[in-house]
Ligand binder design. Structure first.
Ligand SMILES: NC(=O)c1ccc[n+]([C@@H]2O[C@H](COP(=O)([O-])OP(=O)(O)OC[C@H]3O[C@@H](n4cnc5c(N)ncnc54)[C@H](OP(=O)(O)O)[C@@H]3O)[C@@H](O)[C@H]2O)c1
Length: 254
């Protein structure tokens, strides 16, 4: 990281909040932003992962521990963002969890957990951080191709992401008068390590091989490919709002 990046880089002077930025797509996006001269505030629930990410990203990153689906944590986050940055140029909400269960075996607990973390959390996180967004800021939410496909064992997860897709449109409409755009990045099968969090190693490997075989491009995507799309929506897509951009090897389109 050179000092030069902070004045001449692609994201020089930008202040970005990444909710769920300690691993996966969020961390890949933070790396890209820091390399381009931005200052980044990342969040996550797990202290060790967060500390490791902060150490890797360096002094232009701030790490704040908190659960994006818990109101007091989100309020504390808003206070911290205000203290660190004042205003924010982009908000990327990547925080979310998987949850595999066949429809007939899906418990009320799993359903509520998925809807709470994947839909309610982003909704109120955006609500609490909106007052800090600069004119022209971009919000990027993270849906999934599961919101338009009938994938076995993902019914509650898919519903949570479909809710978020709907919120993307509604928030885009309501925040337009503030000069804020709201879009969603829509990943297909991306090899980020998220599957390994839920499944035993062997089952995760099998699932990944199946996903790659079924994909039109014959492979899974990378977190860096999602980061590029998220940054495009956050900064470059100035005539785009309420949309979602699939990053899925064509899996939901062809
Ligand atoms: N990987 C895929 O194939 C894929 C496909 C479609 C959609 N997605 C979606 O993309 C997003 C990112 O996935 P990823 O693959 O990058 O997974 P990941 O590596 O597990 O990253 C998720 C990040 O969000 C944080 N997080 C999770 N729940 C949180 C909460 N309640 N509050 C605050 N932080 C939270 C995680 O840290 P902690 O766990 O420590 O909190 C982590 O930093 C998720 O919303 C996921 O549903 C992923």
């Amino acid at each position: 990281m050179t000092e030069n990046n902070t004045t001449t880089g692609r994201y020089a002077g930008k202040k970005v909040v990444i909710v769920g930025g300690s691993s996966g797509f969020g961390l890949a996006t933070a790396r890209e932003l820091i390399a381009g001269g931005a200052r980044v505030l990342i969040t996550g629930r797990t202290r060790a992962t967060l500390d490791a990410a902060r150490a890797e990203l360096g002094e232009r990153a701030v790490a704040v521990r908190g659960d994006a689906s818990v109101t007091v944590d989100v309020e504390a986050l808003a206070d911290r963002v205000k203290a660190e940055f004042g205003t924010v140029d982009a908000l990327y909400v990547s925080a979310g969890i998987n949850g595999f269960a066949p429809f007939e075996a899906t418990s009320e607990e799993l359903f509520d957990k998925l809807l709470t973390i994947n839909a309610r959390g982003p909704y109120f996180t955006v609500q609490k951080l909106v007052p800090l967004l600069a004119e022209g800021a971009g919000i990027v939410l993270t849906t999934s191709v599961a919101n338009v496909l009938g994938i076995p064992a993902l019914s509650a997860y898919a519903a949570s992401k479909a809710a978020l897709r709907s919120m993307t449109r509604s928030l885009a409409r309501e925040l337009l008068p503030r000069g804020v755009r709201v879009n969603a990045v829509t990943p297909g099968p991306i090899d980020s390590g998220i599957l390994e969090k839920d499944l035993p190693k062997e089952a995760a490997e099998q699932t990944k091989a199946g996903m790659a075989a079924e994909n039109p491009m014959g492979r899974m995507g990378t977190p860096e490919e999602v980061a590029k799309a998220a940054l495009f929506l956050a900064f470059d897509a100035t005539y785009t709002t309420g949309a979602e951009l699939p990053v899925d090897g064509g899996g939901s389109q062809i």
